[in-house]
Ligand binder design. Sequence first.
Ligand code: ATP
Ligand code: MG
Ligand code: MG
Ligand code: MG
Length: 464
Amino acid sequence: MKSADIRQAFLSFFEEQGHTIVPSSSLVPDNDPTLLFTNAGMVPFKDVFLGRDPRPYVRATSAQRCVRAGGKHNDLDNVGYTARHHTFFEMLGNFSFGDYFKRDAIRFAWTFLTERLGLPAEKLWVTVHVSDDEAETIWKEEIGIDPERFSRLDEDNFWQMGDTGPCGPSSEIFFDHGPDVFGGPPGSPDEDGDRYIEIWNLVFMQFDRDAAGNLNPLPKPSIDTGMGLERVAAVLQGVHSNYEIDLFQSLLEAAAEIIGHADTTTPSLRVIADHIRSCAFLITDGVLPSNEGRGYVLRRIIRRAIRHGHKLGAREPFFHKLVAALDAEMGEAYPELRKARAQIEKVLLKEEEQFARTLDHGMGLLEAALGELDGDTLPGETVFKLYDTYGFPYDLTADICRERGVTLDETGFQRELEAQRERARAASQFGADYSASVDVEGKTEFTGYERLEDESRVTALIDE
Ligand code: ATP
Ligand code: MG
Ligand code: MG
Ligand code: MG
């Protein structure tokens, strides 16, 4: 089954169960200024769950584009290192707004996986929260899950919207990719391996946490689920890594040809294929590379992609050329992407030209520093110089160092950053308190801004 067919099968299945199909929202959340990017299918429905946004339906289903490359959910560092994480991915979800609850949510998920998609039950593993007797009974007695493949876990199986508000236990469904792949079952010491891959998360929104931390039962419990399209596609296409699915193969082949590097399993090529999706969709949704907030996250992703291309030998702008391949793969499902294509290419090319000038020099400096290294820690001053003079975001240097088994002196870097900030502050005749410029309204979901803002002010000085 191709990715596009799986997306359609999911939406149709839930439509048959009385759900309204709701189109994907923008990656820039329009209902929450504290959230960096839409990072889950439930984000556009947040106010519906809270009862503030009445809709003509109580059941919905969507294929929501998501980015997890900053803020609370940041998978940027996983990309290129795991078989299952992307910066951009599509989350398939079904939602109940005070309508059906646990029993139906579990039954729908199981029926879709085992009957509609035909996955063998003995490959599926299930977890529930330690406290959730109700879910355990449904799984064991109604679905008949083998107790061997069932466990109760703690933190991973509790979800909350923020420090207060709706929350509840969850149940996760994993697929076993078989003994050829390293990793242990959920809850075991090796669970971070890629053998048992989480495919679907069912959240049972059951409580309202008050400021004192009490869990008060919600009068109308709700359901929020999310399944990664790319992960299910890997399962159904009989491949282990998400990068081997149809959609990524086309992107990888295009990248291989443009860069002139034939091996499509090279991690750098995978990073590039991943990053073109997040960058293109962020630009589609109106984000532009800049030195602060969302635009700075976009810039960091673009620069990281350019660096990986450079590593593979690209010496001319290449990244923008991948938009054509992406359009061919996803433009039909996302007409807004197709429409924005020329603009995306223009923005990326400009960014590539701008960064190319300093990348060579910066890499030279970094190579020299790594060559002279005494021990295995890169001094904070070097990290800062790369950042300050060459526009290397911290995580770009970290990414390169990780490839070499070198750690970064983060404290030293922060010290340099602080010193720089002091100098800037002293030089400013206004003495404004920039840190007050983001009103987080006491919400906790998005924790990345402060740091970003700080970093961006420094880059802004050198990067116009
Ligand atoms: P993991 O533990 O593998 O990082 P998660 O628990 O963080 O996943 P959820 O927040 O539960 O993920 O999101 C729901 C589903 O979305 C996951 O079960 C998975 O299928 C998919 N998903 C989550 N993060 C990513 C990602 N970075 N890339 C691709 N798919 C993802
Ligand atoms: Mg995760
Ligand atoms: Mg998880
Ligand atoms: Mg999960």
